[in-house]
Ligand binder design. Structure first.
Ligand code: RB5
Length: 142
């Protein structure tokens, strides 16, 4: 599975932790930046990662900013993207099972690396349940 990753400076360190963990676990990662703690604007990173997922050039996307909120808002502007901001494992599971989230957003100033890796593992290992949820997810796009 190929995963595109992106962050701003507020999510940079968490992105690096998650990237290392995923590479160790056999995932192919495309990291589109940012590549340092220098201040950058998050919308560009969220949008570019989302465009890669929407174009099916990656299977899923994982993005980080300080809260996970700003970068997710930018990602969700791209057609076909369902990006969930998550800071607990229950929501991680449900965002896949019921919402078929194709992107995950985490806050580097909200969750520690230990919890973040559990969230990521839960999110990646949970399948969409389909059924009645398929109908609801299709209504999101209009
Ligand atoms: C950057 O200071 C911060 O605003 C950003 O990382 C993010 O939290 C925005 O939602």
């Amino acid at each position: 599975m190929k995963i595109v990753m992106a962050s701003d400076h507020g999510g940079y360190e968490l992105k690096e932790e998650i990237k290392k963990h995923l590479i160790e676990n056999g995932y192919e990662i495309e990291d589109i930046g940012t590549h340092s703690k220098e201040s950058v604007d998050y919308p560009k990173y969220g949008r570019e990662a989302a465009e890669i997922v929407a174009a099916k050039k990656a299977d899923k996307g994982i993005i980080c900013c300080g809260t996970g909120i700003g970068i997710s808002l930018a990602a969700n502007k791209v057609k076909g993207i369902r990006c969930a901001v998550v800071s607990d494992t229950f929501s991680a599971k449900m965002s896949r099972a019921h919402n078929d989230a194709n992107m995950l957003s985490l806050g580097g100033r909200v969750v520690g690396a230990g919890l973040a890796l559990e969230i990521v593992d839960t999110w990646l290992s949970t399948e969409f349940e389909g059924g009645r949820h398929e109908r609801r997810v299709s209504q999101i796009e209009g």
